[in-house]
Write a protein that binds this ligand. Structure first.
Ligand code: BES
Ligand code: ZN
Ligand code: ZN
Length: 489
């Protein structure tokens, strides 16, 4: 998608869609009024018919019947003036793209509010995110068009800052859409080995360091958690380590860790059919890590970033790990297996221990870890836990900037008893209640004193039905938050 600035006349410019915006307070005024008059009042009429008053998330579409240069006009709500934010512009962008991508190749965008710095980024992010489709496996019935060019006629930005905004927005949204693609790939294609291939490809393209450990190397190092979970599968497990080195010598290093279960059957504690479906998404944390690493050279944060992924299937094969097993993680701690379906924390135990060995200053992990987190917060909000309030605040702030919903859950000393084991250092499941929290307290055992934050993205990583602001399937949740976090360091 190409983005341009233009000073063309709204009535004369040739394009598939002229996108206009209005505030709730304004009614049909300004440019909208000018276009409405040229269309013989069509915008006012359809707004009345559809009870559209400029609300955020609503829009009306009319065909111009050749009365102006554009073939159609889309009038989009900007919401209330006082509530105007870059997140609203992101939503306007998503809505616009979703409404017109079937037929529009060229969009001209005229905003009632000044598209100043930050707003334009968000709008472009929205347009790119809203254009996302996963249709590569549809042999016919593909979306023929797809938006090619968007021209902005209301931007007061200089050419230089316009360019910067475009590049920033593009890096972030392409990375998000890339993560979505990885999540949406069927598990027969997206195996742990394939994830490792993608990591290698990214490393070559973006000039990152890349190390991939196979089973032998894991065994040598003592990654007993990842190995145990992989035993029930015919697909070889992979541990992925990408490193980004900033141009100037960095003052800090961080590790971004992703859960990469390319399919979670539950293992021997097998999931019922309805819970197993969609479990290709159990590598969404890994997809986020790869998305971030793909964008990182374009964004140039000033910290060293390690992207770490524990990748395996969780299958109930003849050699599968079992309830009652005791396995030893990389940091030497032993884990009693109660439930083989709580595999995410078992594979992360090694990745987190590895991050500690790298002597990083901060660790952030992303994992589709617990159904309990969805019960607690619903489908659209990620749970945030950790051992360091400062880091947690940084993540909350980054999420807010990114427009991703994140909510902190408490670590609870009374609950910690639930994962005490009689035979090992920790067990992989607590009681029924507070499952998102006990999972986080399990992970805590493997981060030592390193400041660490954990994002349980089980809810927002994947939308079975699609959401207002998300496509059906993988959402790429986390990419935007982590990028903002890295840039604020
Ligand atoms: N991958 C699942 C968590 C999950 C559930 C993600 C639903 C997305 C949607 C995880 O490995 C799992 O199975 N967790 C169990 C833990 C339980 C056995 C303690 C769960 O949440 O039921
Ligand atoms: Zn599981
Ligand atoms: Zn899982």
């Amino acid at each position: 998608m190409d983005f341009k600035q233009s000073d063309a006349n709204v009535l004369r410019i040739k394009c598939s869609v002229l996108a206009l915006t209005r505030f709730e307070e304004d009614g049909i005024t300004g440019t909208v009024k000018k276009v409405d008059s040229a269309l013989g009042g069509a915008l006012s009429l359809i707004s009345q018919d559809e009870k559209f008053n400029g609300e955020l998330g609503k829009s009306v579409l009319v065909n111009t019947l050749g009365k102006i240069g554009a073939e159609r006009v889309l009038l989009v709500g900007l919401g209330k003036k006082v509530a105007l934010s870059s997140d609203n512009f992101r939503k306007v962008g998503i809505l616009t793209a979703k409404k017109v991508k079937q037929f529009a190749e060229t969009i001209t965008f005229n905003s009632e509010a000044d598209l100043k710095k930050g707003y334009l980024t968000a709008l472009i992010e929205g347009l790119t995110l809203g254009s996302y489709e996963f249709d590569k496996y549809k042999t016919n019935n593909k979306k023929v068009n797809g938006i090619k060019t968007v021209e902005f006629i209301s931007s007061t930005l200089t050419e230089r800052s316009f360019k910067q905004e475009v590049e920033f927005a593009r890096a972030i949204s392409d990375a998000t859409n890339f993560a979505r693609d990885l999540i949406n790939e069927p598990p027969i294609v997206l195996t742990p080995a394939k994830l490792a291939d993608f990591a290698r490809e990214i490393a070559t393209e973006e000039k990152l360091q890349c190390e991939i450990f196979d089973r032998d190397e894991m065994e040598k190092r003592g990654m007993g958690g990842l190995i145990a979970v992989s035993l029930g599968s015919e697909e070889p497990p992979k541990f992925i380590h990408l490193t980004y080195e900033p141009r100037k010598k960095p003052k800090k290093a961080v590790a971004v860790v992703g859960k990469g279960i390319t399919f979670d059957t539950g293992g021997l504690c097998i999931k019922p059919r309805d819970s197993m479906r969609t479990m290709k998404m159990d590598m969404s944390g890994a997809a986020c890590v790869l998305g971030v690493m793909k964008a990182i050279t374009k964004l140039n944060p000033s910290v060293r970033v390690h992207g770490l992924i524990s990748a395996t299937e969780n299958m109930p094969g003849g050699k599968a790990y079992k309830p009652d097993d005791i396995v030893r993680a990389l940091n030497g701690k032993t884990i009693e297996v109660i439930d083989t379906d709580a595999e995410g924390r078992v594979v992360l135990s090694d990745a987190l221990s590895y991050a500690v060995e790298l002597k990083v200053d901060e660790i952030v992990d992303l994992a589709t870890l617990t159904g309990a987190c969805i019960v607690a917060l619903g489908n659209y909000t990620a749970g945030l836990m950790g051992n360091n309030e400062k880091l947690i605040d940084k993540i909350l702030k980054a999420a807010k900037l990114a427009g991703e919903k994140v909510w902190q859950l408490p670590m609870d000393d009374e609950l910690r008893k639930d994962i005490e084991s009689d035979v090992a250092d920790v067990k992989n499941v607590g009681n029924r209640w507070g499952g998102a929290i006990t999972a986080a307290m399990f992970l805590e055992k493997f981060v030592g004193d390193t400041p660490w934050a954990h994002l349980d993205i089980a809810g927002p990583a994947f939308m079975e039905r699609g959401g207002d602001w998300y496509p059906k399937g993988g959402t790429g949740f986390g990419v935007r938050t982590i990028i903002r976090y890295l840039l604020e360091m």
